[in-house]
Design a protein around this ligand. Structure first.
Ligand SMILES: Cc1cc2nc3c(=O)[nH]c(=O)nc-3n(C[C@H](O)[C@H](O)[C@H](O)COP(=O)(O)OP(=O)(O)OC[C@H]3O[C@@H](n4cnc5c(N)ncnc54)[C@H](O)[C@@H]3O)c2cc1C
Length: 393
C-alpha cells in the first residue's frame, strides 16, 4: 500500500527546510532584479541553519524513502526561491544524475566531488536529441576524444565544475550514435560564451558553451561503451534513464512556487474577510472561493503524481511513464495555479511589490526543460498505447 504519512523525523526535516526557505525568500527579489549577479555560495544566515543532509541520510522504520522525501524537500526549497539557497549544494547538478544513472563505478568515484551541468541543447537541437551536431572524434594516437560544437541554455553552466555533454560519434547513426562525456572546466577549448538573460528563474545560472578542438581522456565517455548500438537496441534509452528522477524533481520545483502563490493568495483573501469554507459545496460558494479551491485541488493532484513517481523509484520499480505524467501535469498545473492566483488578486497579483508575478514567470520553465509538455505526452502515449516513434511523428 502507498502511504505518504510523514514520520516525526521527516516532518522535522521539512519544517527546517521551510524555515530556511523563509530566510531565502528575503533575497528572492534582489536576484530577480540583478540577473547579472550570482547568489552567494552561502548566505550570512547559514550559521543559524545547519544542513538537513545528515538527517536525510538516516532513514529508519516509518521514514519516507530518500526519493520521496527529496521531492518534498525540493518543493519546500523553491517555496523560498527557485535557485537561491541558504548554502549552494555540491554534486546536485543534472550531470551528476547522468553519471549516477549510467557511469561505471570508477567514474562515479572520480567525479563524486564535482557539480556537473548537463549540456544537450544546441542552437538547432532541442526536443529531438537525434539532431545533436556536436561531434566527438577519437584520436587513437593520444587516447583522447576531440569535441567540437556549441551548447545553449545550460543550467548551472557558468558555476558548475564541469558538464556532461552529449555529442555524436557518427551523425548517420542518429540517436544510436550519441554518447555523453564529462568535460571539466579549464579543459583547453572549453569556453563559457555568455550567461543567458531570461523571463524567469533569473537567479539561476544558465549559460551558452562553446567547444573547439577540446580534448578529453578516452575514459571520460560515460559508461565506457564506445561501440554504436544497433537501432532499437536500447543504447539511447540508457542515457534517458537520467530523467526518471530528475523530471519529478523539475515538477516538484515548480509546484513549490505554485504552493507559495496559493499561500500568498489564501492569506490575502483571509485578510480581506473572505471565508474559505470547505464544506459548503461549489453551488453555495462565492465564485472567488470556488475558483481558489479548484486551484488547490490541482495542486494536490499534481503533488500526488510527483510522489507516486518518486515512490516507485524508491521501491526500485520502473517509473518512466509516471515521471512523464508528473512533469506534464506539473508543467500545466503550475501555470494554471499562478495565473489563477493573479486573476483572483487582480492588480496586486501583477505588482512588483509582491512575489506573485515573479512566481508566475518562474514556473514557466517547468513545462520547458527536460522535455516539454508535448514531449512528455508523447512518451505517455507511447507507453500506454504502444505507439512507436514513427506513429506519432
Ligand atoms: C532556463 C532554461 C534552462 C535550460 N537548461 C537546460 C540544460 O541544463 N541542459 C540542456 O541541455 N538544455 C536546457 N534547456 C533547454 C531545454 O531543454 C529546451 O529548450 C527544450 O528541450 C525544448 O527545446 P527547444 O527550445 O529547442 O524547442 P523545440 O524542440 O524547437 O520545440 C519548440 C516547440 O515545439 C514543440 N515540439 C517539438 N517537437 C514536437 C513534437 N514532435 N510534437 C509536438 N510538439 C513538438 C515543443 O514542445 C515546443 O513547444 C534549458 C532551457 C531553458 C529555457
Amino acid at each position: 500500500m502507498i502511504d505518504f504519512t510523514l514520520s516525526d523525523r521527516d516532518q522535522k526535516i521539512l519544517d527546517r527546510v521551510r524555515e530556511q526557505a523563509l530566510v531565502v525568500r528575503e533575497y528572492a527579489r534582489y536576484f530577480d532584479e540583478n540577473e547579472h549577479e550570482f547568489p552567494p555560495d552561502e548566505l550570512a544566515e547559514a550559521k543559524d541553519h545547519p544542513s538537513v543532509i545528515g538527517d536525510l541520510m538516516q532513514r529508519g522504520e516509518g521514514d519516507s524513502g530518500i526519493g520521496t522525501l527529496g521531492m518534498l524537500i525540493s518543493m519546500g526549497e523553491t517555496w523560498g526561491d527557485y535557485s537561491v539557497r541558504i548554502r549552494r549544494p555540491v554534486g546536485a547538478g543534472l550531470g551528476n544524475a547522468a553519471v549516477s544513472a549510467s557511469g561505471t563505478p570508477e567514474q562515479k568515484k572520480q567525479w563524486a566531488g564535482l557539480t556537473l551541468a548537463m549540456a544537450i541543447t544546441e542552437p538547432g537541437c532541442g526536443s529531438d536529441p537525434s539532431q545533436v551536431q556536436t561531434t566527438a572524434v577519437l584520436d587513437e594516437a593520444t587516447n583522447e576524444w576531440i569535441i567540437n560544437g556549441e551548447k545553449i541554455f545550460v543550467t548551472a553552466g557558468c558555476r558548475a565544475d564541469g558538464v556532461v555533454l552529449w555529442a555524436t560519434l557518427d551523425k548517420s547513426a542518429g540517436r544510436a550514435g550519441i554518447k555523453s562525456f564529462v568535460i571539466e572546466k579549464d579543459t583547453p577549448g572549453f569556453v563559457v560564451a555568455h550567461k543567458e538573460k531570461k523571463l524567469g528563474i533569473r537567479s539561476d545560472d544558465t549559460a551558452a558553451l562553446v567547444f573547439t578542438d577540446c580534448r578529453v581522456p578516452r575514459s571520460n565517455l560515460i559508461g565506457g561503451k564506445e561501440e554504436i548500438p544497433k537501432a532499437g537496441s536500447g543504447g539511447f534509452k540508457g542515457a534517458m534513464k537520467t530523467f526518471n528522477m530528475t523530471r519529478p524533481g523539475v515538477a516538484a520545483f515548480g509546484l513549490g512556487m505554485a504552493e507559495a502563490a496559493l499561500d500568498f493568495t489564501r492569506e490575502t483573501l483571509e485578510e480581506a474577510g473572505v471565508e474559505l469554507s470547505y464544506g459548503a459545496g461549489a453551488a453555495a460558494q462565492a465564485a472567488v472561493v470556488e475558483k481558489f479551491q479548484r486551484l488547490e485541488a490541482s495542486f494536490e493532484a499534481t503533488r500526488l503524481t510527483i510522489l507516486r513517481a518518486a515512490w516507485l523509484s524508491d521501491q526500485g520499480q520502473p517509473n518512466n511513464m509516471e515521471a512523464s505524467v508528473c512533469k506534464a501535469k506539473g508543467g500545466s498545473a503550475v501555470r494554471e495555479i499562478t495565473q489563477g492566483c493573479i486573476e483572483i488578486l487582480g492588480p496586486m497579483g501583477v505588482s512588483r511589490e509582491h512575489l506573485l508575478e515573479k512566481w508566475f514567470r518562474d514556473v514557466r520553465i517547468t513545462d520547458i526543460y527536460e522535455g516539454t509538455g508535448e514531449i512528455q505526452r508523447m512518451i505517455i502515449a507511447r507507453t500506454l498505447f504502444d505507439y512507436t516513434r514513427a506513429d506519432l511523428s
